[in-house]
Every structure is written in structure tokens, then in C-alpha cells.
Write a protein that binds this ligand. Structure first.
Ligand SMILES: [Zn+2]
Length: 378
């Protein structure tokens, strides 16, 4: 199964010429789940016939009687630079007790594991439904899981998102916003400053404003559950000007803002934008602030939640937090107690020669079988 899933390119990107359909991956999953007796529903995204989510339910009353457990994952991968790989990223390579391939770890590998665990229950009478959800575009816009929320489906009591956490149950993560701050000035000959409006001069003030905003956020917000226990604001890259002897007409700074659970992303974005505008006052330049990708909201359920505890006990790992974003916020919004837990390590995700550690596969199947038994059988 993993070999077939990896062989289907399903890169998602906000850059249109790299972006690919995820339908082939969805079709494989739908066929396999169909064979197991799941009721499968394809959910094409509005205005995107080349993208779809899949909702597959086992347990006849799944739709009319909410409850039970969702196992969720995304079908897309990040873009790939094939020249950096030792082998074809779309051909699964079995070597060193690892499965190498694009998406092997993040996170096509979760589906065969989930399906194998689910197969045990195919002929059982479930007390609560087992639902497998496959989404599109997690790595870019999260359009798939946003659409789940819009559609109000699926409904369940519990959800496991099978992102690679090394099988540690994750009950909280930071939000991720990548933003672009642009200063629009006017170019001119460098010998006379009055011939233009220097965008870099304003950017200097904008950067200072952002750094003091960062300090203020860190003073106001802390969360003891995180290794880096404050929100972070990274000045990541800047592009500006072209010549030392020309007044810089335009400058762009891209930042990465990671907010803690409980922080209001929208309100913070507004404050940040205001700080940038204020920094440009009196400069004859103007500033615009936009998001590079739609922001991933922060997520927090309870370290003491039933599902967190079950997963901790079954996989022998203490619940924790991570600093990367997932679809957890969206499933939680749909009313599910949500935990991020899956085979593979995030260190291997988004990397050349991405791989899934084979030693994770059987323990992951075993844990999922027990969780399904606990939450769907009784
Ligand atoms: Zn992922």
C-alpha cells in the first residue's frame, strides 16, 4: 500500500505550477477501505475538482449516530527537490530497516498502518463507528480540513491525527503564521535623498518595531508545556533594492510567528500590522502586511484527556507538545477530543531521503488496534 501511495505524486503548494492533484491517493484509499466494508464518501473541494477529502466510516450507524473514533491524515506532501535525493522519491526504497520515499513519514505511511489496524474490525459489530479521514492540502493552505469544518463533518467523540510524533501523544502545538511585510517607497539616484523614498530606511524602523513587539508578546504570554515557552517571531528573509547607488524603492521582509494555544491569532495579526504601519509614519513610504500561507491556528486539548492517556499508556510515552502545526485545531473545532500521534519522526519530514522507520510499524498497528477496541468496540 505504501509503495502505491508514494508512487502517486500529491504535492500541494501555493505555487500553482508545482501543485498536484491528490485524487489518485484518495482513490487508492477509497478502494481499499471499500474492500474492508467501510462506507466511503469522496468530498471534492469547492472549485477544485482536482482535490478531495475522503471520509470512510465503519459501523452502520456512523452518520446518524455520532460518536466513536476518527483516524485522520493528510494525503499531500511538500514539494521535492529530486536532485537532493539518493533515489527516486516516488519509488519506495526498502533499505536499512527504513522505507524511503516522499511522504513515507509525513504522512502517507500512517494510512497503511491505520488500514491494517482497522481490518481487524471489519467483521465486528461496532458499538461506535470508526472513521478514517484523508484530507488534501495540509502542507499548503489546509483547504481540506477547513472544508471539513465548513461542512460540519465528520462528527465523532475522539480523533487521532497520525502525524509523525515518534508515537508520542501530542496534546498541544503552537500556531504558525508566515507573513510578508512590504515597504513601498520610490527609487531615485542615491546622490540626492530627495529624489526618492527609501524603503530600507523604513524597513529598519519596521524591524525594530517587530523586535519590540516580540519582546512584549514574550512578556505577556508563557506556556510551561513548551520547551520554548513563549511565542516566537522570527525575521526570516528580506529582499530589497538592487544597487548601492540607487535609493531602495521596495523592500520585503518575511517573518514566522508562532503563537501559543489560547492566543488570539487574528487580534495579534492586527496588532502586528498596526506596529508596522506606525513605524512608517512620516516616511513617505507605506507598508502592507499579508500572510504568505493561511495561518495554522494553535491547538491544545488536555494532557489529562481520556484519549491522550490511552495513547500514552499503550505506547509507553509521556504526553507532550510540539512546535509544528497540524490539522488538530480543525478536528477539535468539529467537537472531537483530538490528539496528534503517529509513527515516524518529524525530523525526517520535509527532508531529502525522507524515511519511515520500519520498527515503528508493528507497534503503531498494535496501539491503534487497542485504541479502536477501546473506543469503538465497547
Ligand atoms: Zn504532515
Amino acid at each position: 500500500m505504501l509503495k502505491q501511495l508514494v508512487a502517486e505524486p500529491s504535492i500541494s503548494s501555493t505555487t500553482a505550477d508545482i501543485d498536484r492533484s491528490n485524487l489518485r491517493v484518495i482513490e487508492h484509499l477509497a478502494n481499499w477501505l471499500d474492500d474492508l466494508g467501510f462506507a466511503t464518501e469522496l468530498m471534492p473541494l469547492p472549485d477544485r475538482p482536482d482535490k478531495a477529502n475522503l471520509i470512510a466510516t465503519l459501523g452502520a450507524n456512523g452518520k446518524t449516530h455520532p460518536g466513536g473514533l476518527v483516524l485522520a491524515g493528510h494525503t499531500d506532501t511538500v514539494p521535492v527537490d529530486e536532485s537532493l535525493w539518493q533515489s527516486d522519491p516516488f519509488q519506495l526504497r526498502d533499505s536499512d530497516q527504513r522505507f524511503y520515499g516522499l511522504g513515507s513519514c509525513d504522512m502517507k505511511g500512517f494510512f497503511p498502518v491505520a488500514l491494517h489496524a482497522a481490518a481487524t474490525f471489519a467483521d465486528k459489530n461496532l458499538a461506535a463507528p470508526l472513521t478514517i479521514v484523508a484530507t488534501s492540502d495540509e502542507e499548503s493552505s489546509m483547504a481540506g480540513s477547513r472544508y471539513l469544518v465548513e461542512s460540519g463533518t465528520p462528527k465523532a467523540d475522539y480523533a487521532i491525527i497520525g502525524e509523525p510524533t515518534g508515537m508520542q501523544p501530542i496534546y498541544a502545538h503552537k500556531g504558525v503564521s508566515m507573513m510578508s511585510v512590504q515597504v513601498h517607497g520610490a527609487a531615485g539616484h542615491s546622490s540626492d535623498p530627495s529624489l526618492g523614498n527609501n524603503a530600507l530606511d523604513t524597513m529598519h524602523a519596521v524591524m525594530s518595531a517587530l523586535m519590540s513587539f516580540r519582546e512584549q508578546l514574550a512578556q505577556q504570554h508563557q506556556h510551561p508545556g513548551f520547551a520554548v515557552n513563549v511565542p516566537t517571531l522570527n525575521l526570516g528573509c528580506m529582499r530589497a533594492g538592487d544597487n548601492p547607488n540607487r535609493i531602495c524603492g521596495h523592500a520585503e521582509l518575511q517573518i514566522d510567528l508562532r503563537l501559543l494555544p489560547g492566543m488570539d491569532s487574528e487580534a495579534i495579526h492586527k496588532q502586528l500590522e498596526q506596529r508596522c504601519h506606525d513605524a512608517a509614519v512620516g516616511s513617505n513610504t507605506h507598508v502592507t502586511v499579508s500572510t504568505v500561507y493561511p495561518p495554522v491556528p494553535p491547538f491544545e486539548s488536555s494532557a489529562e484527556g481520556a484519549l491522550t492517556k490511552s495513547l500514552a499508556q499503550l505506547s509507553g510515552r509521556t504526553p507532550g507538545t510540539v512546535a509544528f502545526g497540524t490539522e488538530a485545531h480543525f478536528l477539535q473545532t468539529l467537537g472531537m477530543q483530538t490528539v496528534v500521534w503517529g509513527p515516524g519522526h518529524i525530523d525526517q519530514a520535509h527532508q531529502p531521503d525522507e524515511y519511515l522507520e520500519q520498527s515503528h510499524i508493528l507497534p503503531a498497528i498494535d496501539t491503534l488496534q487497542k485504541v479502536i477496541g477501546q473506543y469503538c468496540l465497547t
